[in-house]
Unconditional design. Structure first.
Length: 270
């Protein structure tokens, strides 16, 4: 099957009103799952997959894709409004989204987040359709050393962004996260590591409880410790961003899309 035939079938599905309806339904369900901390993308897909058995393959895939994209995007709602990411992919949104919410710009933050996610998703799908053979061959050349230095780079960058005034603290927190990730059975040889003969640790630390403990619990304790009440604007203004607002962030969106493309094609990293 050549590329022209693939795009012909793709446009036939995209212009089908029924397929569009199922994409919208899946996206809305995914947003509801994603905006609630603890209900991850995996949970959304697991529950919705059972509801697609009676659908045609094309419509079932439309629901699953819509739910996947919607759940990842929906995690930005709680990250912006309450400083607790709904999904692990939205953890970085807390750094900029929540301060904007404190300034009464929650609607602007949500609008730009959804717009950037939409453009990035479309860019990723386009690159997937056009360059899958080339990108796949390049990704398979990554070995253990490349994975190691990529992980170190991720920890250093994340630590620097988390604590720009004192990046050493951010780096220590990042490497502490790597240390916690080593607890449990080895993924290749199933050798127990740092379990101390405690069977409950054989599965390691689950990502969601760790994230809720790292983001949610400090936020709740910090709010209880403060005597004064923090009044946040609850009435949202215009959520859909204006064209000039999107164009003002165009280079950030393009740069983020390229970074996501490079990271996403690497097996086990994206």
């Amino acid at each position: 099957m050549d590329l022209l035939s693939i795009f012909t079938g793709l446009w036939r599905l995209l212009l089908d009103p029924v397929s569009i309806l199922f994409v919208v339904i899946g996206a809305q369900a995914g947003i509801l799952f994603g905006m609630m901390p603890g209900l991850t993308t995996t949970t959304a897909l697991s529950l919705l997959t059972g509801l697609t058995f009676t659908l045609s393959p094309a419509n079932a895939i439309a629901v699953i894709i819509g739910a996947y994209v919607g759940s990842v995007t929906g995690g930005s709602r709680s990250a912006i409004l309450v400083n607790i990411p709904g999904t692990p992919a939205q953890a970085a949104v807390c750094m900029d989204g929540y301060p904007l919410a404190l300034q009464g710009k929650a609607a602007q933050a949500i609008g730009l987040s959804v717009t950037a996610s939409t453009l990035g998703t479309l860019f990723g799908f386009l690159m997937l359709a056009l360059f899958t053979p080339v990108l796949g061959a390049l990704a398979l050349k990554f070995g253990t050393w490349e994975f190691f230095w990529l992980a170190v780079l991720g920890v250093v960058v994340a630590g620097t962004l988390t604590a720009p005034q004192d990046p050493v603290k951010g780096w220590l927190a990042g490497f502490l996260g790597l240390l916690l990730a080593t607890v449990g059975q080895d993924g290749i040889h199933a050798v127990p590591r740092f379990t101390f003969d405690w069977t409950d640790l054989s599965g390691g630390f689950s990502l969601i409880p760790v994230m809720i403990g790292a983001y949610g619990v400090p936020e709740v304790l910090g709010s209880l410790r403060k005597k004064e009440r923090l009044v946040i604007q609850t009435k949202l203004d215009r959520v859909v961003p204006r064209f000039r607002e999107v164009m003002a962030q165009r280079w950030h969106i393009v740069r983020s899309g390229l970074i996501g493309l490079v990271i996403g094609i690497i097996p086990g990293v994206g």
